[in-house]
Design a protein around this ligand. Structure first.
Ligand SMILES: [Zn+2]
Length: 323
């Protein structure tokens, strides 16, 4: 027996090792299969969750989609996911959050070159935009009263009666814009609302862009051909005080659609409405500074944000302060 073992020692050892090796390999394989299956299962769950968020996104329910993507981003370090988040924040003009999302892609994306390029481009643009906003904020002081060449005022600004048409279902947005001015001008201008157009001091409505431009040309408005909003005001003077111009009635029109007959976005509509209301309460000209909402163009920073600057508010205050 000993002789036998001695003779086949190497063979026996080899056999033992081979069996051991086989079982070890089998075990490794089995474990690997489990891990692989687990991975597949996890990827499947992730895809399902991701698809669900994308489905909401495709329905243009951006707030809901954002909540969905943000929740997922806590679980997954996925760059494509961040791309959706960045895009929505960008649309919402939440530039700091958008920057965070795109910066993440910029730092972490290794494979998808297109995604990386887009993210790098956005990071650059967003950084410039945020710096510009900071700069504008620092300058948002005082007023531009000395820059405006014409202004007028309501004789009873504490009670201006407003009629809002519900054409194209824009009544709520228009009202929101009136309320914003009302809040900003507290104790100087108050709007009350009526359903009777006849008794209104200011009437406001959403209009078809073509109709609006026709009206703008007829009223010989400034830049009528490119107007997206129009305010026409009837004014009067007192014989004894020809310096002061008073408003009798204002008519506000805001385009609900663009040149391609597509409805314009709510934020843009709201921003134009804010601008036109500014005219209807006495600002008969424009700010010369592109940072203000009452700037003549339609793409100033404040207009993009649909945000009245302190300067806009202070200038109207100054007009009424002169009474
Ligand atoms: Zn204007």
């Amino acid at each position: 027996m000993i002789k036998f073992i001695k003779k086949y020692f190497v063979f026996i050892i080899l056999t033992i090792f081979t069996f051991y090796g086989f079982f070890a390999l089998y075990d490794i394989h089995k474990k690997a299969m489990i891990v692989y299956k687990d991975k597949l299962e996890k990827a499947k769950i992730k895809k399902e969750k991701f698809d669900n968020c994308k489905k909401i996104f495709k329905l243009n329910k951006y707030d809901e989609a954002l909540t969905c993507f943000n929740k997922l981003s806590k679980e997954y370090s996925d760059c494509e996911l961040r791309h959706y988040i960045g895009w929505i924040y960008l649309k919402k003009r939440k530039y700091k959050q958008a920057l965070l999302a795109y910066q993440y892609i910029s730092d972490n994306e290794k494979e998808n070159q297109q995604l990386l390029n887009t993210a790098n481009k956005e990071v650059k643009l967003l950084k410039a935009k945020i710096a510009e906003l900071k700069r504008l904020k620092r300058h948002d002081i005082g007023n531009y009263f000395s820059d405006i060449d014409r202004y007028a005022q309501w004789e009873n600004p504490e009670n201006i009666i407003v009629y809002i048409d519900n054409k194209y279902q824009k009544k709520e947005l228009l009202k929101k814009a009136f309320m914003e001015w009302d809040n900003q001008m507290y104790n100087m201008i108050n709007f009350s609302y009526t359903d009777n157009e006849e008794e209104a001091d200011i009437t406001a409505s959403a209009e078809d862009l073509g109709e609006l431009r026709k009206a703008a040309i007829e009223s010989k408005a400034e830049s009528a051909e490119v107007a997206v909003g129009l305010t026409t005001s009837k004014t009067y003077f007192y014989y004894k005080n020809p310096e002061k111009e008073y408003i009798k009635h204002s008519r506000i029109m805001v385009a609900y659609n663009d040149e391609n007959n597509k409805p314009i976005e709510d934020r843009e509509f709201y921003s134009i409405a804010l601008h036109e209301i500014g005219h209807s309460i006495g600002m008969m000209s424009h700010s010369k500074h592109y940072g203000d909402l009452m700037y003549a163009g339609t793409s100033s920073i404040a207009q993009q944000f649909a945000h009245l600057t302190n300067r806009d508010v202070n200038t109207i205050r100054k007009i009424y302060g002169n009474i």
